[in-house]
Design a protein around this ligand. Structure first.
Ligand code: C2E
Ligand code: CA
Ligand code: CA
Ligand code: CA
Length: 274
């Protein structure tokens, strides 16, 4: 027993060491990628299920030279204090993309970007957003900032102040991953947001009778707070049909489109899905 105990602790030490090495590697990759601008954004359409039209996009970050998932590297970027710079890249790149589509003569559609709670440490972030919108001549309502409940965990007042300043500028704010945190209802009443994004886990877990009821109630709840609802992670026609029945208006998911390069988006920009 003693022997196997020792082996086991060696084993765990190894796992721990490997994960530290891996983390440090990713940290190095991130530093390099920040310095050399080796990030890009993909855009996933959000579709109005009644008209089939694309009504906006979510920007999703990728590393140019690596296939490490954003879930993994964003977490490390947050831990290592690198999210501020990455976050600024995302904001500028999305606004620049809006201006490119505008120059092409396309009717603008909002781009939603993901905003980490840790980016609140960047004290000049509001000013940064304001200046970029001005520089690229983009009306603020075409920028939509997705936040999660976790933004309220550290400091309620600071987060609410942040949201109010964005809204004061005319920037849209969405509550991402709704329903995955705890006390979501409390946050919904505190957050002056425009939109609520229902997490994929609802679609996955709740395609049975009780699940339908939950989704239906969440959609009604959003209406009561005068919020738009986007349902994420929709992959099948059955899911689309069900959501239509539940009067859900906006869907984002592989069923309509995976996240695409800006160039590919330009080709389907005015497409109508059926
Ligand atoms: P999220 O904000 O919840 O983004 C939705 C994720 O679901 C994306 O994964 C998207 O590609 C994926 N997805 C969309 N439709 C479907 C579907 O029908 N089926 C399935 N299985 N997945 C679908 P992705 O791009 O890997 O991003 C993962 C997470 O990384 C995001 O979750 C977000 O939390 C974070 N992230 C991505 N880009 C950024 C960014 O620019 N900044 C920050 N702070 N976080 C980001
Ligand atoms: Ca998101
Ligand atoms: Ca989400
Ligand atoms: Ca998420």
């Amino acid at each position: 027993a003693k022997k196997s105990g020792k082996n086991q602790s060696t084993y765990f030490t190894e796992i721990l060491e490997n994960s530290i090495i891996k983390k440090n590697n990713i940290q190095e990759i991130l530093r390099y990628s920040i310095k050399n601008k080796r990030f890009r954004l993909l855009y996933q359409p959000q579709v109005d299920v009644l008209t089939g039209e694309i009504i906006g996009f979510e920007a999703l970050i990728r590393l140019k030279d690596h296939s490490i998932s954003p879930n993994e590297f964003i977490t490390i970027a947050e831990e290592k204090g690198l999210i501020g710079k990455i976050g600024r890249f995302v904001i500028e790149e999305a606004i620049r993309q809006l201006s490119k589509w505008k120059e092409k003569g396309l009717d603008l559609k909002p781009i939603a970007i993901n905003f980490s709670a840790k980016q609140l440490n960047d004290k000049a972030i509001i000013k940064y957003i304001e200046e970029l919108l001005k520089r690229y001549d983009i009306p603020p309502q075409y920028l939509d900032i997705e936040i999660t409940e976790s933004i309220l965990l550290d400091d309620d007042c600071e987060a609410i102040n942040f949201i109010n300043r964005l809204k004061g500028m005319g920037v849209k704010v969405s509550l991402d991953d709704f329903g995955t945190g705890y006390s979501s209802l409390k946050y919904l009443s505190k957050f002056p947001v425009d939109k609520m994004k229902l997490d994929k886990s609802f679609i996955d877990q709740y395609l049975n009778e009780s699940g339908k009821k939950i989704i239906k109630q969440l959609i009604l709840l959003a209406e009561a707070f005068d919020l738009d609802v986007v349902v994420e992670g929709v992959e099948t026609i059955e899911q689309v049909r069900l959501l239509q029945k539940l009067k859900c208006k906006i869907i984002q998911g592989y069923y309509f489109s995976k996240p695409l390069e800006a160039k590919e988006i330009s080709e389907i920009y005015t497409k109508k899905f059926d």
